[in-house]
Design a protein around this ligand. Structure first.
Ligand code: GLY
Ligand code: MN
Ligand code: MN
Length: 421
């Protein structure tokens, strides 16, 4: 953080869902990452050069309010259970914060900053400036805490990995549950319910992002979350779903035939994506960047597009002229952690950064063939295939964290619908 610096974060407030009901509270990613605390409204101040470097402001104990909206930790437990050096009820922010920020040279806070705390910090800064004749000093520099914490969150420590492994294990269990119970005639929402039931019944807070459950042509819509169509024999089903554990999330995509058997054309397309997925995972080492992985996967997908009869041009021409875009329109990787698209830079000094031990990334090539494309082989129209794994970079190479979710053709054909046999 630098000398004479402080960090201030707000855990966010409850958000209205409709009229007078609210969404279930989900803490701010950075706030929870640093504190483990998931109460609305809480404020964190870290000031390393202060005799009490870690201060928490939390909602005060209030039996009447807690009767309606749940237990609170209160200031005392903020110290005892969450390790704060000092703690205050939220109502004391106005009284305590000016002194805590007085003399701080660099104040780290998240940008963009629309939360009520930012308005208060501006007022405090103005106040400290006004009282400079009495010796007060407002912050000189305001720095983006997202960048500071994004960098820290890139390197998964043993605690982070424990939570992430659990999130991924439950994610995989949800996919296996879906595969086992899938059969023609079911609706996408039934599959969604089975996946999310598996998450919740194992103690997950729920999905880390809206589950995508798309059969047939719906799988060509990348962020399809309606999940309300019926599934038919002959279609492929794409499920992109991840469980959240301790506010870390898994991110897995699997694609399989609703009936349990691939058609020959579907299998050929699936094997192309699987080959890209496998080759991409191999490159998740400290010698490579995610651009290397994307380039490698893209080439394999483009070779496949030629072999499948989707395109006739040479692979170089397909890549050069971006002719693959109707069939593959997203990137192949992102960081994974507290957020599904986790914080942290992809490029440093305008250059893609080399992977480092402790980074976790997804590898998620796909092929999407809209039913409306009428100039391609008929057996391939109206399907989307994505195979997405989560990978930890280690000194010894890639560690695939998602192996509990089957992806080989033979494994899928054996598992899909097996609950009904
Ligand atoms: N589920 C979002 C993604 O795969 O990036
Ligand atoms: Mn992903
Ligand atoms: Mn995903």
């Amino acid at each position: 953080m630098g000398a004479s610096a402080a960090l201030i974060l707000h855990n966010g407030n409850l958000q209205t869902r409709a009229n007078d009901t609210e969404f279930r509270f989900r803490p701010d990613s950075n706030f929870h990452y640093l504190t483990g605390l998931s109460e609305p409204g809480a404020v964190l101040v870290i000031r390393p050069d202060h005799p009490q470097p870690f201060t928490l402001f939390v909602a005060p104990l209030d039996p009447a309010a807690e009767r309606w909206s749940g237990r609170r930790i209160g200031p005392q437990r903020a110290r005892e259970d969450f390790g704060a050096d000092a703690s205050f009820p939220l109502g004391d922010l106005g009284k305590e914060l000016p002194a805590l920020l007085d003399g701080v040279k660099t104040l780290w806070m998240p940008y963009p900053h629309q939360d009520p705390l930012s308005t208060r910090i501006q007022a405090i800064s103005r106040g400290l400036r006004g009282r400079n004749r009495y010796g007060a000093h407002p912050p000189v520099y305001y720095a983006d805490a997202n960048i500071l914490l994004g960098e820290d969150r890139m390197y998964k420590d043993p605690g982070a990995m424990q939570s992430l492994r659990r999130a991924i294990a439950l994610s995989a269990a949800g996919h296996v549950e879906a595969m086992t119970h899938c059969r023609p005639g079911m609706y996408e929402y039934e599959i969604e319910a089975l996946v999310e039931y598996t998450f919740r019944r194992n103690g997950s807070t729920g999905p880390g992002y809206n589950s995508i459950v798309g059969g047939g042509n719906n799988a060509t819509i990348l962020h399809y979350i309606d999940n309300n169509a019926q599934l038919h024999a002959g279609e492929l089903l794409l499920i992109d779903a991840g469980a959240e554990w301790d506010y870390f999330t898994g991110d897995i995509t699997r694609t399989f035939p609703v009936s349990g058997s691939f058609t020959p054309a579907q299998r050929d397309a699936y094997e192309v994506v699987l080959a890209a997925n496998r080759a991409g995972i191999e490159l998740a080492t400290t010698a490579h960047t995610i651009d290397d992985i994307h380039t490698c996967c893209l080439r394999i997908l483009c070779e496949g597009m030629r072999e499948l009869g989707l395109l006739n041009e040479s692979v170089d021409e397909i890549i050069e002229r971006e002719l693959y875009k109707p069939f593959y329109m997203h990137r192949t990787n992102h960081w994974l952690g507290v957020d599904v698209h986790d914080a942290g830079y992809y490029c440093v000094d305008r250059t893609p950064r080399k992977l480092e031990p402790g980074f976790v990334l997804t590898v998620e090539p796909g092929l999407y063939i809209d039913a409306a494309y009428d100039d391609i082989p008929e057996g391939l129209r109206g399907l989307g295939i994505r195979i997405e794994d989560d990978v930890l970079v280690t000194r010894d190479g890639p560690e695939v964290l998602t192996t509990a979710a089957p992806k080989q053709v033979a494994e899928l054909e054996a598992l899909v619908g097996s609950a009904h046999r």
